[in-house]
Design a protein around this ligand. Structure first.
Ligand code: ZN
Length: 115
């Protein structure tokens, strides 16, 4: 696989930036949803249990979104460096296909699959 061209890098950078905007919106929406449920908010016991279950799920999604936010932010910092798009395991080019879909990738498909 060949090295990323400047045009490809610019497109990837645009993708990272728009993903970051979407991700930040998702995170603030989730943060609203995972606020503690007050014990006297008028919900019945079952509804309350359901709400707690939903909160648990949302907390997991929130954690994942935060991890991706960090990774994308790091990818944005790396994009102008020579190591961007290079696999940290085998030092081969990760390839524009994978970098376009998952710009936070630090491993090529082959190395990612052997983890
Ligand atoms: Zn690799």
């Amino acid at each position: 696989m060949s090295t990323l061209t400047n045009i490809e890098k610019a497109q990837i950078q645009e993708k990272i930036e728009s993903d970051l905007v979407a991700l930040k919106e998702q995170i603030s929406a989730l943060e609203e949803k995972v606020k503690p449920i007050s014990p006297d908010c008028g919900l019945g016991r079952l509804t309350r249990l359901e709400a707690m279950g939903e909160q648990h799920v949302n907390n997991k999604i929130l954690d994942e979104a935060r991890v991706r936010l960090t990774r994308l932010t790091n990818a944005l910092r790396r994009i102008d460096k020579p190591m961007f798009g290079i696999c940290i395991e085998c030092e081969e080019n990760i390839g524009v296909g994978r970098m376009s879909i998952r710009p936070e990738s630090v491993r090529c498909v082959a190395c990612a699959n052997t983890l």
